[in-house]
Ligand binder design. Structure first.
Ligand SMILES: [Ca+2]
Ligand SMILES: [Ca+2]
Length: 87
């Protein structure tokens, strides 16, 4: 949990860099690099629940119901924790 929390904080801090440098990796891409333990390009339910805060429900972030959280859904998750995310 601690390393996942650090990853979330790092991704949020990266928002500032991404906002200044159009070629910087996306915050959601950086976060996915850390949390996607099997490197298949999305977060499975197990990967999500391993890093999520207690009480956070997978189904609230898996918007299309395909049982995985992809880049777009991860971006939406980051927008809930950072009001400074570049649009
Ligand atoms: Ca994965
Ligand atoms: Ca999904």
């Amino acid at each position: 949990m601690a390393s996942a929390s650090v990853a979330v904080i790092a991704a949020v801090l990266a928002l500032l860099v991404a906002g200044c440098d159009p070629e910087a990796p996306s915050p959601e891409g950086q976060l996915l690099d850390v949390l996607d333990s099997d490197h298949d390009g999305w977060l499975s339910r197990a990967e999500f629940e391993h890093c999520a805060y207690p009480g956070t429900r997978f189904v609230d972030f898996d918007e299309d119901g395909d049982d995985r959280v992809d880049h777009r859904e991860l971006r939406a998750l980051l927008e809930t924790v950072s009001p400074v995310l570049p649009r």
